[in-house]
Design a protein around this ligand. Structure first.
Ligand SMILES: [Fe+2]
Ligand SMILES: [Fe+2]
Length: 182
């Protein structure tokens, strides 16, 4: 049994991450079609990180059955610059409002599994936001970004450019738990 408020937050976060995953896949296709292949790869890799978050949240939901879920989403972007801004806006909401609030409720309710799941997501979203901000500056000059291999921790969604660390700094998973997008 997960307490009602925390479980509602898990469902909402699952909804938000699921939508973010799909939006980033859509944005990846558009970036590739518009000659921004590295921005496309960045979106594909970060879409996978959001899938990891959605999976963690889903696994912590115990109640069975159908439920309506209200979750935040960003709509209406039409090109890669706007897609990156949509990414920045969505990540910012998660960092500033959603995950800090959900995390406090989970702590208050002593829901350890949910607390871990929210904390993992919050840490990764901070990195995603700054990667999108850096990418947008370059795309707004009409150029594709320079991008090394992107490594995503399959346990927590931690996101790194370059070599995977020996140990994930967020969840302590070993190097072989990272998935590479090169
Ligand atoms: Fe993210
Ligand atoms: Fe990790």
């Amino acid at each position: 049994m997960v307490k009602e408020m925390t479980e509602a937050n898990l469902r909402s976060a699952y909804g938000g991450e699921s939508q973010a995953h799909m939006r980033y896949m859509i944005f990846a296709e558009r970036a590739k079609a518009n000659n921004f292949p590295n921005v496309g790869r960045l979106f594909t890799a970060i879409a996978f990180a959001e899938q990891v978050h959605a999976t963690n949240h889903y696994r912590n939901i115990v109640s069975k059955g159908h439920a309506l879920v209200a979750s935040g989403g960003v709509f209406g972007s039409k090109n890669t610059s706007e897609d990156l801004q949509a990414g920045i806006d969505g990540e910012t909401f998660e960092i500033v409002e959603m995950y800090p609030a959900y995390l406090e409720v989970a702590k208050l309710q002593k829901e350890k599994g949910a607390e871990t799941s929210f904390r993992y997501a919050l840490e990764a979203e901070k990195i995603h936001k700054s990667m999108f901000e850096n990418a947008k500056k370059i795309v707004d000059q009409g150029k594709d970004i320079k991008l090394g291999p992107i490594q995503i921790c399959t346990v927590c969604g931690h996101t790194v450019e370059g070599e995977a660390p020996e140990k994930c700094p967020i969840c302590n998973a070993p190097k072989n738990k990272f998935k590479t997008f090169a």
